[in-house]
Design a protein around this ligand. Structure first.
Ligand code: ASP
Ligand code: CP
Length: 314
């Protein structure tokens, strides 16, 4: 694998290998010496055209944990304001030594375009492209699920038989897309829940079940509920009547939480709109995986950098 652009098309054996490598990296992070020399002499360039807290900082932490040098570019404050193109920006970074370009961009397809462009030789990792994909988020989510559900016996496993509900702004969510492809490959049963206005038009072609209220989805009993952020910055229209109405039908409220099985996991990729798609007390509860997801994000990104580096040796 030279680039990491999408979870679509990753086969089951590769997906399990990535999860197991994430487990290895999580073990490294528990040691007294939390570093590996794997990327010594290599440079990871984070190239962020959209805002980020978790993804950018965890790629930095992952690169440093593998002994790489790191440079970080954010479009705000850069020469993009003078009209510099993506091509010239990434070529500039490669000229300064970048071996990996971690790209977050507002255009769906930007990472794939860069990987196929021939503009650079560096590995390209998609850190979120428009409403298209966020594959390292899906990897850390699957890893979080697998380790919380199967504990010490997680290694080598897929997610066959695991039931997951993904609820919220599916239309604008690259997290939902990357999760759906990876979870389906791992054998999980995925149900999507959203108001009709926030369901993508091509949803019938996705490997999922679809319902339109959260109560209906939870009735069947599930292992995990992944709540998604309402992405106001991508909405140029009213997609639901108001916030209270949204929470009433699609929010993870305390009343709903009290009605689900005691060990049901509640996930959120962050950043959260507390009180809208998820009650603050649920986000802070023992069932919440929010903090684990962030922590596993470093290990998952170490696993991706490590795996792509392996391509250079082959
Ligand atoms: N942080 C995730 C993303 O960039 C999810 C979100 O913003 O809601 O896609
Ligand atoms: N989950 C996620 O991608 O968070 P950031 O947008 O803060 O990177």
């Amino acid at each position: 694998m030279k680039h990491f652009i999408s979870t679509r098309g990753i086969d089951s054996a590769t997906a399990i290998r990535l999860l197991d490598t994430t487990a290895d990296m999580a073990d490294v992070r528990q040691r007294d010496v939390k570093k590996l020399p794997t990327l010594r002499g290599k440079t990871v360039a984070n190239v962020f055209f959209e805002d980020s807290t978790r993804t950018r900082l965890s790629f930095e932490a992952a690169a440093l944990a593998l002994s790489a040098d790191v440079s970080t570019f954010t479009s705000k404050g850069s020469s993009v304001s003078k009209g510099e193109s993506l091509k010239d920006t990434v070529q500039t970074l490669e000229s300064m030594g970048a071996d990996f370009i971690v790209l977050r961009h507002c255009d769906s397809g930007a990472a794939a375009t860069l990987a196929q462009s021939g503009w650079i030789n560096a590995h390209v990792i998609n850190a979120g492209d428009g409403t298209h994909e966020h594959p390292t988020q899906a990897l850390l989510d699957a890893y979080t699920l697998r380790s919380r559900l199967f504990g010490d016996s997680a290694r080598g496993r897929n997610l066959a038989g695991v039931r997951i509900v993904i609820v919220g702004d599916i239309l604008h969510s690259r997290v939902a897309r990357s999760n759906v492809w990876l979870l389906a490959t791992l054998g999980a049963h995925v149900t999507l829940v959203a108001p009709r206005t926030l369901m993508p038009r091509d949803i019938a072609a996705w490997p999922v079940a679809i319902v339109h209220t959260l109560d209906e989805a939870l009735d069947e009993g599930v292992d995990a509920v992944m709540t998604l952020r309402i992405q106001k910055e991508r909405m140029n229209d009213a997609f639901f009547p108001d916030a209270a109405e949204y929470t009433r039908f699609w929010g993870m409220t305390t009343a709903r939480f009290d009605a689900v099985r005691a060990n049901t996991l509640v996930m959120h990729p962050g950043p959260m709109n507390r009180g809208l798609e998820i009650a603050g007390s649920i986000a802070d509860s023992a069932n919440s995986t929010v903090r684990d997801q962030v922590s596993h994000g470093v290990a998952a990104r170490m696993a991706v950098l490590y795996t792509l580096l392996g391509e250079d040796a082959s």
